[in-house]
Ligand binder design. Structure first.
Ligand SMILES: [Zn+2]
Length: 415
């Protein structure tokens, strides 16, 4: 099969895309903008040489279908949109690797693979303009909150439904996209890791176990303002002191959780002046874990600690949930196939969870067996023009991902 696959072509096409849609600050393919439309025209040209059917669904996702002997579908997904000043690989690597795999499958099976193969380019994965990520895939999975999305406004005051109308999408009908998942038997997504785990292990590729569940809360400690000169230390009700104790505590909570992460991302004090004890301190806490029970335990531990620190300081604490999402573990059999594909390609594999959310989480949520493959990120950085991956690793990931696609086609045929 490898005689048909040309991973170097994928790297060349990524560079071509970078030249077409990037500038000195990085990739500029924000969803529903003219640059995004231009990207699609470019992609369509690449696909036209194949005997495929291409259409855009009700939510703006673009589907490329190579019909096979069976109606059962292997889905390969990615996203061509980027954040403003984004990296050159995030999202488009997945799609362009998928294009190369379609070419390989088409050549090897003379236009008629054993199962139908579909490449999907999800619309507005990044949520850069309206602040809500996974738009196209959550419309497709049926999980998009229509009331919330209807009210989303960009920084110029344009509403999401109006921005969609400009590119020919009727907001009220976006969930019709769900019918695209009919016959979907498996979903595969390749992505740059966007973190330093594979880099630190000196491994090019990893099999992804699933996406983290997230608990996001605002925690407010309520003390009492008092003069910084006249109030003895033992008489203070210092909201900041209690909040500050949370900082080392969350590191202990994360460590005990085996694989979870906790972040205090912001801290605001009132009255916030140099001459007063802090009356009120609000911190935000973001907790993530691949296991739902472990995530719940982390949350409870943080709540217990906050109560204890409040009690010690003779103050009060209150919690408000900002956002929550359950963990999305991927399919065990597909994880095993991904593992196998990576081993055959470069000998060694590491299994890791995904901290960031991906479209794959929505597809998994819709009940389609799903797995992702990660390729190492240099600097462990993305959403930045310095985002990069060694070219040899890019080539390896196309090869390994293609092996995974082939194994998954056989898995679908068997099942
Ligand atoms: Zn991405």
């Amino acid at each position: 099969m490898s005689t048909f696959l040309n991973p170097k072509r994928t790297v060349a096409e990524l560079k071509e895309l970078r030249a077409l849609t990037g500038d000195e600050n990085g990739a500029q393919r924000v969803a529903f903008t003219p640059a995004w439309t231009k990207t699609h025209a470019w992609l369509k040209k690449k696909l036209e040489a194949l005997p495929v059917e291409i259409h855009t669904d009700a939510a703006g996702n673009t589907w490329t279908t190579l019909r096979g002997e069976s109606e059962k579908c292997l889905l390969i997904g990615g996203h061509m949109d980027s954040v403003p000043n984004g990296g050159w690989l995030d999202g488009c690597l997945n799609v362009l690797a998928g294009v190369e795999i379609l070419r390989r499958i088409n050549s090897q099976y003379h236009g008629k693979p054993p199962v139908t193969v579909r490449l999907v380019d999800w619309a507005d994965e990044e949520g850069a303009r309206f602040g809500k990520s996974l738009f196209g895939s959550s419309a497709c999975s049926g999980n998009l909150d229509m009331n919330e999305a209807r009210g989303l406004v960009d920084k110029d005051g344009i509403k999401l439904p109006d921005a969609l109308k400009n590119v020919g999408i009727n907001f009220e009908r976006v969930k019709d996209s769900g019918k695209e998942l009919k016959n979907a038997a498996a979903y595969l997504e390749l992505h740059i890791e966007q973190g330093p785990v594979l880099l630190d292990l000196d491994l090019p590729l990893g099999a992804v176990l699933g996406t983290f569940g997230v608990e996001r809360h605002a925690v407010t400690f309520h003390g009492q303002a008092a003069h910084s000169g006249s109030t003895p230390m033992n008489r203070r009700k210092d909201a900041f002191l209690a909040a500050a104790k949370m900082s080392p505590e969350i590191y202990k909570i994360a460590e005990r959780s085996h694989g979870g992460v906790c972040t205090i991302g912001s801290c605001a004090t009132r009255p916030g002046i140099v001459t007063s004890v802090v009356a009120e301190c609000l911190i935000t806490l973001d907790q993530r874990h691949l296991d739902a029970a472990a995530l719940a335990k982390m949350l409870q531990a943080a709540k217990d600690a906050s109560e204890q620190f409040a009690k010690e300081g003779n103050i009060k604490v209150s919690w408000e949930r900002l956002w929550q999402i359950a963990p999305r573990p991927f399919n065990d059999e597909l994880i095993a196939l991904c593992d196998e594909a990576i081993r055959e390609t470069c000998g060694k594999v590491h299994r890791l969870p995904s901290g960031p959310l991906h479209d794959a989480a929505e597809v998994a949520r819709a009940g389609v067996p799903t797995v992702m493959m990660f390729v190492q990120s240099l600097h462990g950085i993305s959403h930045n023009k310095i985002e990069d991956t060694k070219e040899e690793h890019l080539e390896l990931c196309v090869t390994a991902f293609d092996k995974l696609a082939e194994k998954t086609m056989r898995w679908i045929s068997r099942g």
